[in-house]
Design a protein around this ligand. Structure first.
Ligand code: SF4
Ligand code: SF4
Length: 235
């Protein structure tokens, strides 16, 4: 029997990581989305850059690349969120192999070129159907009432959408484990939305928008105005 050697993004070298970063560097929207969500945050921070709301996960290859180039990141200690202690074991248990939790110096010290892949993709992840097709971008639903982008999907630029799709097409062609992890995430989203009796919003890889039935997985094409808004962005 032939043994297949599975590589993971953890194996990429620094040149490959920097090329990956260069391929996903477009702003997500024409305006600064952080300026839209920060006024809703009690401390005026963009939610995705607040360690109390999101702990960034990096591939080990990203960490190896960034450690020698910037002081922006350190290995997450678990005490960075002063407001509330974080359950360290819960987060670490959910971390895929080949990844590490990091913390940055905060949004005022952000270095755009040295953002992680997880910063660049937020709030999106590649949505994969149960028959293993990557059909577009859906989002981290736990941030629905915090992230302005989620309530304004029509503001996502075509350039960002194209870069996102090209980046994950490339990663999925190389790394089966990366594809599997997003197939599982998509399945989890179908289960959560089925429970809530909601359809899953999608930026389709072929352009336009869709709402997906979490049961039948039928994608109904919709106009941008049919996409839902949440929390402080309802108006
Ligand atoms: S991606 Fe969402 S949470 Fe992050 S800065 Fe933009 S609007 Fe805020
Ligand atoms: S590196 Fe920048 S984009 Fe990423 S979490 Fe830190 S402040 Fe936010």
């Amino acid at each position: 029997m032939k043994t297949r050697l599975l590589r993971s993004p953890a194996d990429l070298n620094s040149t490959e990581i920097l090329a990956l970063y260069a391929g996903l560097n477009q702003p997500i929207a024409a305006l600064d989305c952080g300026a839209q969500c920060a006024p809703q945050h009690p401390l005026g921070k963009p939610f995705c850059c607040d360690i109390c709301h999101a702990v960034p996960a990096a591939h080990l290859s990203e960490w190896a690349t960034l450690q020698t180039r910037t002081q922006l990141w350190h290995s997450w200690r678990g005490d960075e969120c002063a407001a509330e202690p974080v359950d360290r074991s819960e987060l670490e248990d959910s971390l895929p192999s080949g990844m590490i939790l990091l913390a940055c110096l905060g949004h005022q010290a952000c270095e755009r070129d040295y953002r992680l892949l997880s910063c660049r993709q937020f709030p999106f992840f590649p949505y994969v159907t149960s028959d293993y097709r990557f059909i577009g971008l859906s989002y981290d639903w736990e941030f629905e009432d915090k992230c302005w982008v989620i309530s304004n999907l029509a503001q996502v630029t075509p350039a960002y959408r194209a870069q996102f799709i090209a980046t994950y097409d490339q990663l999925f062609a190389l790394f089966q484990d990366e594809f599997e992890s997003y197939a599982l995430r998509s399945q989890e989203m179908r289960e959560v939305f089925a429970e809530k009796r909601r359809r899953i919003p999608l930026l389709h890889r072929n352009g336009g928008y869709a709402l997906i039935s979490p049961h039948s997985e039928r994608a109904r094409r919709v106009a941008a105005r049919a996409l839902p808004k949440f929390g402080p962005y309802l108006a």
